[in-house]
Design a protein around this ligand. Structure first.
Ligand SMILES: NC(=O)c1ccc[n+]([C@@H]2O[C@H](COP(=O)([O-])OP(=O)(O)OC[C@H]3O[C@@H](n4cnc5c(N)ncnc54)[C@H](OP(=O)(O)O)[C@@H]3O)[C@@H](O)[C@H]2O)c1
Length: 433
């Protein structure tokens, strides 16, 4: 049996499947002189003839057949095709063929991680996926190992660079959501079809993985509620600023005390402008873990892009090559079924109303909040808006998500609304650097 030193020196052969943005960036690192014990031997992609490049060693085998990769003696298959199909089947087959697998595929791990990790364990192989959450930020390693000594009670983060870019542009330039999105697309920060980003699906998959690895709870991805960022208006950034806050798409989860449930959601929220989350601008990401003993710990940096993401993939390869017996599942329970998700956070709230102004509007709204046992904290109204379509904001003292929803539901029928009320939680955590 090899000792640790021998294992660390052993060569690890690598086959990449999916030679796109991340696959090529991984190959660049493997073809550099940085990691002599990691040897790229196979590149697999459909229509492989179109993919060939001249900077890869002539010994590398190019193939469009995944079977060829499976039959080869590669130690590790790096899955970088994305999506659930055929990635799920290919990862299963690679593990079944005795390969370890490294992937950056958040949807695959969020939906199938527990099953695949179980298969890896049964086969005595590893499945590592550091790049699937927050790209180049070593947050899973940080949660699994660096914070293993603590008991984490919550995690919140900015996990989607596209949304963060759009929101920080709306904040800086007072432009509409549509204008900020178009700019993000032109600069390559948003996909032609940005739905998965702006509706929160991308951040939700990453949050589900963080819940598994950091909080040790397995949840069904689709149980986590989403609120898209499309409802935001430039005026929300003005009011947020008056309150000393900025608006971010926040993915968050907390253990619900004395149950197996996890409070979780992905939604735009107000965060203090001098908080760790508030200071993250542009396409950057952050994850803040809340520990019972260590308090808040933040991990931040570039959450996407070929360069940062490929670094996370190669770091996983080095973990495998080094022979470390890392428990790749972290605290993720792979032997039990999914646990419940609760949508019931308790927060201060920001509610923007747009009304046809007349006497008694605020009294009527305040009355409904009061009937729902919600205390109004403040009313903010910027000058210069027409009375026929007047936006103003009420901030509310801490109340549950269901209470604010119930109150807003009761307000639906009121005839002075010119637009439906728009509400955001005002977060109080993540406020230390
Ligand atoms: N890009 C990032 O910044 C980033 C960050 C974090 C995580 N990730 C994750 O990394 C993975 C790869 O992302 P990417 O940005 O590199 O994607 P990409 O640029 O679209 O590359 C995907 C590659 O896989 C190939 N491919 C797709 N389906 C295939 C199939 N059925 N058979 C064979 N080849 C197939 C594609 O070939 P064609 O060229 O022929 O389509 C393409 O070369 C995804 O899971 C993504 O979520 C990406």
């Amino acid at each position: 049996m090899m000792n640790r030193r021998q294992a660390a020196q052993a060569e690890c052969t690598v086959g990449i499947v999916g030679f796109g943005t991340v696959g090529q960036a991984v190959a660049r690192i493997l073809e550099s002189d940085l990691h002599p014990n990691l040897r790229l031997t196979h590149i697999c992609n459909r229509r492989i003839a179109n993919k060939k490049v001249d900077w890869v060693s002539s010994e590398v085998v190019w193939t469009d057949s995944f079977e060829c990769l499976l039959r080869s003696p590669v130690d590790v298959v790096v899955e970088l095709i994305g999506g659930l199909s055929p990635a799920r089947d290919w990862v299963k087959r690679a593990l079944g063929a005795g390969k370890s697998v490294v992937t950056a595929n958040k949807q695959l791990i969020a939906h199938e991680g527990a099953v695949l990790l179980g298969q890896a364990r049964d086969n005595g192989r590893q499945l590592l996926f550091e790049a699937a959450v927050a790209g180049g930020i070593p947050v899973l390693q940080g949660l699994r190992q660096g914070l293993a000594g603590d008991g984490l009670s919550g995690i919140q983060g900015i996990l989607n660079g596209t949304c963060n870019y759009i929101l920080t542009r709306m904040e800086a330039e007072a432009v509409s959501f549509e204008a900020a999105l178009t700019e993000a697309q032109e600069l390559g920060f948003a996909e032609a079809d940005p739905t998965a980003d702006i509706d929160g699906h991308d951040a939700r998959a990453k949050l589900a993985i963080l819940i598994g690895v950091g909080l040790g709870r397995r949840v069904k991805v689709d149980d986590i509620p989403l609120t898209p960022i499309t409802g935001l208006n430039p005026i929300d950034f003005i009011y947020a600023s008056k309150l000393g806050h900025v608006v971010r798409q926040v993915a968050r989860a907390e253990l619900v005390e004395e149950t197996t449930a996890t409070r979780a959601g992905v939604q735009p929220a107000l965060v203090a402008e001098d908080s760790a989350l508030g200071r993250v601008g542009g396409s950057q990401n952050i994850v803040v873990a809340e520990g019972r003993f260590g308090g808040e710990t933040a991990f931040s940096g570039f959450g996407a892009g070929g360069g940062p993401t490929s670094v996370a993939v190669v770091s996983d390869l080095l973990t495998l090559q080094g022979g470390f017996s890392q428990a790749s599942e972290g605290r993720l329970s792979i032997d039990t079924g999914p646990t419940p998700v609760s949508t019931e956070f308790v927060d201060r709230q920001y509610v923007r109303f747009t009304v046809s102004d007349r006497p008694g509007v605020i009294a009527k709204l305040a009355d409904i909040f009061s009937k729902n046992r919600i205390n109004v904290d403040a009313v903010l109204q910027e000058p210069g808006w027409p009375k026929a379509e007047l936006p103003f904001v009420m901030t509310l003292e801490r109340c549950t998500t269901s209470a604010v929803r119930a109150a807003l539901g009761e307000m639906e029928g009121l005839d002075f609304h010119m637009q439906p009320p728009f509400w955001l939680p005002i977060l109080e955590k993540g406020d230390r650097s």
